[in-house]
Ligand binder design. Structure first.
Ligand SMILES: [Zn+2]
Length: 465
């Protein structure tokens, strides 16, 4: 059979109606889901995270959202009373060299401007791989330009090419190219630190000067290090041992804010490529948390040997009640009463947020199927039922394209059936005078026996043109 324009039009109409129905169902289901979350809101959920006491003792803190309480336990499960009062050790993120492997395709203009909040200074890069950049400042009050910083220091005009900081464009993608130092009372930004291609620079905003603190073309990352972070996560001034950490290919160097080398630590071979969170409670007590795995803790000596390693379990406990899980599944079934949609989502979105991308697809798929089989089953049943209804209707009305319509409804379920139902009008069915079957009267002959229907008996009120 040739596909006519009319059929394409009606199929298109059905698809549009199906999409509309799917959207309406989604809105209903989202409302239901909101209601569920609201009703059952975290009756028993808790968040776990790592908190390091000032003396370097790791604790697992769990925050109970129901009772708004926080509980601290040591790694072996001992309860730490008043754990929230203990001063916590700050950490410094030291990126690994993985950014050097990034496939670089240049930068969009918005990526070339780094707002160094909360200062009025911006770092402006040309976006090139072997690129360069400079600082430009604007007064928050007057909005006027307040000057520039190039390698030679402060200047009122735009730094020329030879006064700009040479910087690999890939570093900008990290968003970690600079660090900000605050005044002791934490009210003002005093300095910026920039990791350029030729070393670590200090931009002294108060003194209007720029200094190359550490020369080196092999610096991987850098960060400001605050030993003591108080309860509210602000560096506290009382015992504020702090300085700069600079990571090279195989070492972490500690500098004071004037660039004087205080000490250096060799990194263990196992951690050379990872992003690291660095905790330092004393010169000899260094703990490293591997990022983004977050669950492996290493203690190293100054020779780069791992002297202790611990695994912590920070996975958020699955504490959703069975009722909530069931209701959520019902909500998903309402949102997507379509086997095809659910199956496609399950197959594509196999890595949930608790699972790392490193997990193989087949393993992740098996887990997803394990989590969603009830939804797949219920939507499967719904889709089969709607497909049967569609098939029966096609047969009852003697319509073409029965297989295509049935498959369409089987795959896309309820929304597709809604689309199918409303894409055309359904004429009355009356018994055929010849074979007796109910036949739709939108055509001149019976669809079952082919017998021509008799012309209606004239009533004398017909208009004959
Ligand atoms: Zn008939």
């Amino acid at each position: 059979m040739k596909i006519r324009l009319e059929q394409i039009q009606s199929a298109t109409l059905a698809v549009i109606l199906a999409i509309g129905a799917a959207a309406a169902l989604l809105i209903i289901a989202l409302s239901v889901d909101l209601l569920i979350s609201y009703t059952f809101f975290n009756k028993s959920s808790s968040n776990r995270y790592l908190a390091i006491a000032f003396d370097g003792t790791p604790m697992i803190a769990s925050f109970d959202l129901k009772n708004i309480t926080e509980e601290y336990r040591t790694l072996d499960g001992q309860l730490v009373s008043d754990g929230w009062k203990i001063h916590k050790l700050g950490s410094t993120l030291l990126r690994g060299p993985a950014w050097q492997l990034n496939n670089y395709r240049g930068l969009q203009w918005n990526k070339r401007i780094e707002k160094l909040s909360p200062t009025e200074w911006y770092f402006l890069h040309d976006g090139r791989l072997q690129g360069s950049g400079y600082f430009v400042g604007y007064s928050p009050e007057t909005k006027f330009n307040i000057g520039y910083f190039g390698r030679a220091g402060f200047r009122p005009d735009e730094p020329p090419a030879d006064d700009r900081f040479q910087m690999d464009g890939r570093k900008l993608l990290l968003g970690e190219i600079y660090n900000i130092q605050f005044s002791d009372d934490y009210s003002r930004v005093t300095s910026l630190y920039l990791l350029a291609d030729d070393g670590l620079y200090k931009i002294d905003l108060d003194g209007h000067s720029v200094k190359l603190l550490l020369k080196g073309t092999n610096l991987v990352s850098a960060g400001i290090y605050h030993a003591n972070v108080s309860v509210d996560n602000q560096p506290s001034a009382d015992t504020n041992a702090h300085g700069l950490l600079v990571r090279t290919a195989d070492q972490v160097l500690e500098l004071d804010f004037n660039g004087k080398l205080l000490r250096s630590h060799l990194l263990p071979q196992e951690l050379l490529n990872s992003d690291l969170l660095w905790y330092e409670s004393s010169a000899t007590n260094i703990m490293i948390q591997e990022s983004p795995k977050h669950e492996e803790l290493y203690w190293i000596d100054t020779g780069g040997k791992i002297v202790r390693q611990e695994h912590v379990d920070l996975q958020q406990e699955s504490t959703k009640s069975l009722a909530m899980q069931t209701l959520e599944k019902v909500a998903v079934t309402i949102a997507m009463p379509s086997f095809g949609e659910v199956a496609a989502c399950s197959a594509v979105d196999v890595w949930d947020q608790n699972m790392r991308k490193s997990v193989a697809y087949s393993v992740a798929l098996r887990k997803t199927l394990g989590d969603t089989w009830e939804i797949l089953l219920s939507t499967g049943i719904i889709s089969i039922c709607t497909a049967c209804l569609c098939y029966r209707r096609q047969r009852n009305y003697g319509l073409p394209w029965t297989i295509s319509w049935t498959v369409f409804v089987l795959v896309f379920g309820v929304p597709a059936y809604v689309g199918y139902l409303f894409h055309r009008s359904w004429p009355a069915r009356l018994p055929c005078p010849s074979c007796g079957r109910l036949a739709p009267r939108d055509r001149s002959a019976c669809f079952a026996c082919g017998h021509e229907f008799p012309a209606p008996i004239p009533k004398g009120i017909e208009i004959i043109a």
